[in-house]
Structures are given as structure tokens and as C-alpha cells.
Design a protein around this ligand. Structure first.
Ligand code: KG4
Ligand code: ZN
Length: 334
């Protein structure tokens, strides 16, 4: 029974998970309404808000699960990557609990957590599989050959997919976070109305989303200069379609090159309805099994951290109480 703690960005979360797959509680306190005013996450405000609420969130997670600290086998916590001040709040809380309750501490990589969300939502899922991790900070194609064994096959060379959603939404005046707003507008738009460029690197699964973001911003400026209308649903649908084409084609290519039979999605962008549907259709046509987490497990939460922590626990991979936050932690470094 693992107590998970997550505070790497703008969600304070604590969760109790049994055997890596059964969620007894998953309390998520989001700061989105506070950061919305600034058009993005303000790191200093994020840290302060985590400090204010973390003890209540942890207490609530234990109470909802109907357990106390003595029932817990280990405390798993995100120690990177993320905002350093934000990470330190969750990490300090976890270390304090581990020390006081004499329980092992397990440092978890945030992306490892996102990938593990699939294990919770799909109880029969076992590695090996290919996982596309697309969030506000990352866009990685990861080969998961076993529990806790990760190899990055492709990554973004500039912006993350979620970052592109957020920046395009900002240019369209749709507010923060951009992904859900674009997802909603795109449902009323024509995905083929405007042709935005897609970047490909021959012989590589890598992504680039900076070009398409700039193309959308230039398109908006041109329309405004010509005093012509910007059709927001069409811009959203066309932008989203181009991003999805890149994400799906690269991931499926990696899957077939690696002779894998399963594809998973992870990270905040995995909540995108069109992305999920396109992956499902493409995988069905090719006989690939497709998995994705429930919507609540796509964005940041502590259940995914507790799940990843469980697989480290059974391998005996514990962390020292000297563990520090590592804002740019690399996957596979744990
Ligand atoms: O995983 P996450 O909660 O935090 C990070 O680790 O970054 O991901 C947040 C990102 C944001 O960029 C947000 O705009 C994007 O996920 N996102 C979406 C959707 N929901 C959240 N992007 C596209 N469509 C969505 N429905
Ligand atoms: Zn995340």
C-alpha cells in the first residue's frame, strides 16, 4: 500500500494505491483558477499554494482511503522533472512522513508516473508497449520493455505538444490551459480548413511543434491585418489535426519498427478527445492494441506516482532521505 505525493507543477495531489493498480483515494487540488489570471503557471505562486494545502490533501487521501500512516508500506513522491520550488514542497512532505513513520521513501520520475496511469486504468495491461507521453512539458515516444525499464525513442526538439496547445490558445484569446479549450472549439470546426505545416525529421521519430505554433500565430496576424475574420473553431480544428497527425504517425511508425503490439497514451494531451479517437481508429486498422488512462489520470495526479512507486518498491529501489528535487531529471535516471 503506497502513499503517493505529487506537486511538480500546479496540482497538489496525494493518493493511496494498493498493488500499483487499485486506487483507494486520489485527492487532487488544482491551482488552475489562480494561474489563469496570469495566462500560465507562476512558479512562486505555485510553490506557496502547495505549502498552504499539502498537509490537508495528504490527510484527506488517507481518510478517504480509510487507512492511517501505519498501514502504508512506503511513500512515493515526484522528485523531478518540474518546477523546483513546487517539487520541493511535495518532496519535503514525503521525507517528513517517511522519517516520522519509519517508512521507505521512493523518488519517482514524473513521466514514469504518467506512463503508469495506464496500468491503473487497464488492469490487464503488461509491458512491453510503446507509450506516447504528451504533456505541457514533454513529448516523448517511450519504449517500455518491462516495469521500470524505459527507452526514449523520440522526443520534441523544441516545444512540447501541450505547450503548443497553450500558446495557440493564448494567441486566440482562449485562456489557460489551452488544451481543453482548443479541444472544445475544434469540435465545431473543419480540420481541413487551413493547412498548417508539419515538421518531419527523416530517419527519426522526433517532433517539432514550434513551427506549427508560429504558423498559427502568423495566420492570425495576417487575417487581422487584412481585416478578415479569424474562424476560431476552424483554426483550432486545423491546428489540432496537424498536431495529432504528427503524434499518431510517429508513434505508430515506432511501434511497427519495434515490433510492438500495444500502444499507450499518457500526459495531459492524452485527454484530447480527437487524439484518443484517432489513435483508436489507427490502431484498430493495424491490429495494434490501444490503451489510454481515464481522463482524470491523464493530467497530474498522485495515483500515477503511487503506481510507479509500487513497481520500484517491489524491486527494493528505495531513496535516501537526502533525495533532492531535480527540475530537469532525465527518464531512466532513477
Ligand atoms: O500532464 P499535465 O497535467 O502537466 C504536465 O506534466 O505538463 O499536462 C498539462 C498539459 C497542458 O499543456 C494542457 O493544455 C494539456 O495538457 N491538455 C490538453 C487537454 N487537456 C489538457 N491538450 C489537448 N487537449 C486536451 N483535452
Ligand atoms: Zn504531468
Amino acid at each position: 500500500m503506497i502513499l503517493g505525493i505529487e506537486s511538480s507543477c500546479d496540482e497538489t495531489s496525494a493518493s493511496v494505491v494498493v498493488n500499483g493498480r487499485k486506487v483507494l483515494s486520489n485527492i487532487i487540488s488544482s491551482q488552475i483558477d489562480i494561474h489563469k489570471e496570469y495566462g500560465g503557471v507562476v512558479p512562486e505562486i505555485a510553490s506557496r499554494k502547495h505549502v498552504e494545502i499539502i498537509n490537508y490533501v495528504i490527510k484527506d487521501a488517507l481518510k478517504t482511503a480509510g487507512v492511517s500512516l501505519k498501514d502504508i508500506d512506503a511513500v512515493a513522491v515526484t522528485y523531478g522533472p518540474g518546477l523546483v520550488g513546487a517539487l520541493l514542497v511535495g518532496l519535503s512532505a514525503a521525507k517528513g512522513i517517511a522519517y516520522a513513520a519509519q517508512k521507505p521513501l521512493i523518488g519517482v520520475h514524473h513521466i514514469e508516473g504518467h506512463i503508469s496511469a495506464n496500468l491503473i486504468s487497464n488492469p490487464d495491461l503488461e509491458p512491453p508497449f510503446i507509450c506516447l507521453v504528451a504533456s505541457g512539458g514533454h513529448s516523448h515516444i517511450v519504449k517500455v520493455s518491462d516495469y521500470g525499464r524505459y527507452e526514449i525513442l523520440g522526443r520534441t526538439r523544441d516545444d512540447a505538444a501541450g505547450e503548443a496547445f497553450d500558446k495557440v490558445a493564448r494567441a486566440l484569446g482562449l485562456g489557460y490551459p489551452g488544451g481543453p479549450a482548443i479541444d472544445k472549439e475544434a469540435r465545431r470546426g473543419d480540420p481541413f480548413a487551413i493547412k498548417f505545416p508539419q515538421t518531419k525529421f527523416p530517419g527519426s521519430y522526433d517532433f517539432s511543434f514550434s513551427g506549427i505554433k508560429t504558423a498559427v500565430i502568423n495566420y492570425i496576424h495576417n487575417q487581422v491585418q487584412k481585416e478578415e475574420n479569424v474562424n476560431i473553431p476552424d483554426v483550432c480544428a486545423s491546428f489540432q489535426q496537424a498536431v495529432i497527425d504528427m503524434l499518431v504517425s510517429h508513434t505508430i511508425l515506432a511501434c511497427s519498427d519495434e515490433n510492438m503490439e500495444k500502444v499507450c497514451l499518457a500526459g495531459g494531451v492524452a485527454a484530447n478527445s480527437c487524439l484518443r479517437n484517432t489513435f483508436k481508429d489507427t490502431c484498430d486498422k493495424r491490429g495494434i492494441e490501444f490503451y489510454c488512462p481515464q481522463l482524470i489520470l491523464c493530467t497530474d495526479n498522485a495515483a500515477m506516482i503511487a503506481s510507479a512507486g509500487y513497481y520500484e518498491y517491489i524491486k527494493g529501489n528505495f531513496s535516501e532521505l537526502t533525495l533532492n528535487a531535480v527540475p530537469n531529471l532525465k527518464l531512466g535516471a532513477t
